[in-house]
Design a protein around this ligand. Structure first.
Ligand SMILES: O=C(O)/C=C/C(=O)CC(=O)C(=O)O
Ligand SMILES: [Mg+2]
Length: 221
């Protein structure tokens, strides 16, 4: 059934944020991980969203919050077991996203074999840009993506370097998790992830499309 809601404000819908990890070989290697042969998936709740104008919070339990700049894919049509051929028909558009990661907590979780929830799913762990329509990005695998902290370039990558393409990811994810209108897929980060601290300014962009800025604040326990 057609929805009366508008997917251009997908972050207000309370839908799923499905994240792909280790989708750029150089980033997998910088964290000393093997290059995956299948996508690595994890989830963030919709309470992770934060828009420009509000701060990104360092969780009170972390001393090493990392930035990860990523291309987000906004789902426009629900589907289960979507074929790679049909995948792009389910994409409404894109967004620039940050997968903020409490790296110290993630390292502890990895050692203990625990899930990454505390490291990846806290409030403000998904800063997001405005919606970008599909028409503005004819080829999502031909985009330069970058991130600066206090005007210093930290990450600069190209979406052509993704290990798993967007049609593959939509197809693979939908064979496990039903995709719904307003869901967001984070497609993984290129190399250069590093720490931010209180009062830093994060500036991230998709070349020729848009950029966004966030300041970092410490969360009170
Ligand atoms: O396995 C690790 O040490 C870290 C993995 C990630 O945080 C994966 C991502 O979120 C990503 O590659 O974008
Ligand atoms: Mg990530």
């Amino acid at each position: 059934m057609a929805s009366s809601k508008n997917v251009t404000t997908f972050w207000e819908w309370g839908r799923k944020i499905i994240c792909v990890g280790r989708n750029y070989a150089e980033h997998a290697m910088e964290l000393k991980n093997a290059i995956p042969t299948e996508p690595v998936l994890f989830l963030k709740p919709s309470s992770a969203y934060v828009k420009e104008g509000a701060p990104v919070l360092v969780p009170y339990y972390s001393n090493n919050l990392h930035h990860e700049v990523e291309l987000g894919v906004v789902i426009g049509k629900q589907g289960v077991s979507i074929s790679q051929k049909a995948a792009m028909d389910h994409v409404a558009g894109y967004a620039l996203c940050l997968d903020m990661t409490a790296r110290d907590i993630q390292d502890e979780c990895k050692k203990k074999g625990m899930p990454w929830t505390l490291a990846k799913a806290f409030n403000t762990s998904c800063p997001v840009s405005d919606f970008i329509s599909k028409e503005r990005i004819p080829d999502p695998h031909n985009l330069k993506i970058w991130l600066k902290v206090n005007d210093q370039l930290r990450q600069e990558g190209h979406t052509s370097s993704m290990i798993f393409s967007i049609p593959f990811l939509v197809s693979y994810i939908s064979s496990i998790i039903a995709l719904e209108e307003g869901d967001l897929i984070l497609t993984g980060t290129p190399k250069g992830v590093a720490a931010v601290k209180e009062h830093d300014e994060i500036h991230a962009g998709l070349d020729g499309i848009l950029s966004m800025k966030f300041t970092v604040q410490k969360q009170n326990p």
